[in-house]
Design a protein around this ligand. Structure first.
Ligand code: SF4
Ligand code: FES
Length: 226
C-alpha cells in the first residue's frame, strides 16, 4: 500500500512530528484530493493503527488558480492541487510538509499575511488599469508564496519575496516618476534591490511562470536608473 508521511504540528505548539498514513493503491487524484479523502474517513488512524487528528491544510479552487494549497511535496515547493497521484509517489511514498518561509499555523497550513503586510507597507496596490498585456500578465500572481520559499535570500531575511516585484513593476508602470507612491516604494525596496537574483529558482517554482527576474530588473532600472 502507498503511504503519505506528513510533517505535522498541533495548533499553538512549537514541536513538529511526522505521521504516516496508508491509502489505497488505486487512489487517483491530486494531493489535495488525498488529504480530503484521509480527513473524510470515519476514523482517522495512522499507518500503525494509532488514532490521528484530522489534517489541517488550506485549499479553495483546487484548479491551481488561488495559491492556497502551496506546500512542500517531496521537498519541492508546489501547489498540492497540481501534484497528482500516482505520479507524485517516490518508491510508493509521498512526503508533505508546510512551507518553511512562513510561520506554521497547524500541520500544512502557514500564515502568509507577511506578504500582504509587506505589500501594504510598500504601498503596493493598484490605483489604475494596467497599460499593456505585459503589465496585466504580472497581475496574475497568486501570492501563493512559492517563490519566497524557493528564495534563500528571502528566507534569510535579506530580500523581499520575489512576488513583491510583480506588484512593484506594475506600480512603476502606472505612476509618474516623481509620484509619492514611487518615492515610498523606492525607500521601501532600496535595500532589497541591491541583492539581485542569479539562480531563478523562484521562476522555476512559480505556478504562473512569471518572469520574476525580469520584474526585479525592471523595477531596479525604473527606480534606480544609472
Ligand atoms: S510570483 Fe508566482 S510563485 Fe510567487 S507568489 Fe506569485 S504566483 Fe506564487
Ligand atoms: S486549491 Fe487553489 S491553487 Fe490549489
Amino acid at each position: 500500500m502507498p503511504t503519505v508521511t506528513i510533517l505535522r504540528r498541533d495548533k499553538g505548539k512549537k514541536e513538529s512530528y511526522e505521521q504516516t498514513f496508508s491509502f489505497e493503491d488505486k487512489f487517483r487524484g491530486s494531493v489535495v484530493d488525498l488529504l480530503h479523502a484521509l480527513n473524510a474517513r470515519e476514523t482517522l488512524e495512522d499507518a500503525s493503527g494509532a488514532p490521528a487528528k484530522r489534517i489541517c491544510f488550506e485549499c479553495s479552487c483546487e484548479t491551481g488558480s488561488c495559491g492556497a494549497c502551496a506546500m512542500l511535496v517531496n521537498g519541492t515547493p508546489m501547489l498540492a492541487c497540481d501534484a497528482h497521484l500516482p505520479d507524485a509517489l517516490r518508491d510508493g511514498m509521498l512526503h508533505l510538509a508546510p512551507l518553511t518561509a512562513f510561520p506554521c499555523v497547524c500541520d500544512l497550513q502557514v500564515d502568509r499575511n507577511v506578504l500582504r503586510e509587506r505589500a501594504r507597507d510598500a504601498g503596493l496596490w493598484l490605483a489604475g488599469t494596467p497599460h499593456s498585456a505585459e503589465d496585466a500578465f504580472f497581475s496574475e500572481c497568486l501570492h501563493c508564496g512559492l517563490c519566497a520559499e524557493a528564495c534563500e535570500k528571502y528566507r534569510s531575511g535579506r530580500f523581499d519575496a520575489p512576488c513583491a516585484y510583480t506588484d512593484a513593476d506594475l506600480l512603476c508602470g502606472l505612476e509618474d516618476a516623481d509620484s509619492a507612491r514611487r518615492k515610498a516604494l523606492k525607500k521601501s525596496l532600496k535595500k532589497a534591490l541591491l541583492c539581485p537574483c542569479k539562480t531563478g529558482e523562484c521562476e522555476d517554482v512559480c505556478p504562473r511562470r512569471l518572469p520574476l527576474r525580469q520584474a526585479i530588473k525592471r523595477v531596479g532600472g525604473s527606480l534606480f536608473p544609472f
